[in-house]
Design a protein around this ligand. Structure first.
Ligand SMILES: CC(C)(COP(=O)(O)OP(=O)(O)OC[C@H]1O[C@@H](n2cnc3c(N)ncnc32)[C@H](O)[C@@H]1OP(=O)(O)O)[C@@H](O)C(=O)NCCC(=O)NCCS
Length: 182
């Protein structure tokens, strides 16, 4: 099936990126770059590297959910290399106007404006696919100051704290819950 979304952008530092939906054939670059982010620090719930098989299954299930309109995902690319991705997963029934966001950007493209661009392009695209989208839930470990600052810059507001929501080594860490009303 052809990609429904395909756009070229030039970042403020002049680097060129393409934003499009993920494809099954992106599994190799996706596993490589996801594992780099996992190795960098305790930012995600994932606490060990993913295998190629797991990544293939993850993309397959994501694409199935996109088809059912229960998820929207866009990723940024430089050639074949994935630079980051934003996923929005929708709730069901009385919660179907709410999506939960997941995001990561490779180290070399942080502070470039790509994260913000990818986020808002994904939201715009999601609104077209699922017009009732009204609320985005996000959040980050309290230790992930960069992600929390990023979310605040986008307009997310702190709405709560999930105590001891993560475990990093031998200590627990809270998750700061954030929401953005569209
Ligand atoms: C979270 C993420 C997507 C944000 O993208 P980004 O390109 O880094 O975001 P931005 O640079 O636009 O915004 C981050 C802000 O935090 C600031 N910042 C960086 N390190 C910081 C720190 N240790 N403490 C506080 N703020 C920090 C940056 O200066 C920037 O603010 P500014 O624009 O006012 O200078 C990206 O950092 C990332 O992928 N991180 C690893 C994975 C991750 O944490 N994913 C989210 C899981 S909840």
């Amino acid at each position: 099936m052809p990609n429904k979304f395909y756009k070229n952008f030039v970042l403020k530092d002049g680097r060129k990126v393409v934003l499009r939906e993920l494809k099954n054939s992106d599994a190799d670059t996706s596993v490589t770059e996801t594992n780099k982010v996992i190795s960098e620090g305790p930012f995600l719930y994932l606490n060990k590297k993913v295998t190629k098989k797991e990544e293939v299954e993850w993309i397959k299930s994501l694409l199935k959910n996109i088809k059912k309109k229960s998820a929207v995902n866009l990723a940024a690319f430089e050639g074949k290399r994935i630079l980051g991705t934003v996923s929005l997963r929708f709730g069901k029934g009385r919660n179907s106007h709410v999506a939960t966001m997941g995001i990561w950007i490779v180290k070399e493209y942080r502070s470039s404006g790509l994260a913000k661009l990818l986020f808002w392009e994904t939201v715009k695209y999601a609104k077209k696919m699922v017009p009732q989208l009204k609320m985005i839930n996000a959040g980050a470990f309290a230790t992930n100051k960069r992600s929390l600052k990023f979310q605040k810059k986008l307009g997310f507001k702190k709405v709560g704290i999930l105590k001891k929501d993560g475990r990093i080594g031998n200590r627990y860490v809270d998750t700061i819950s954030m929401q953005l009303e569209l």
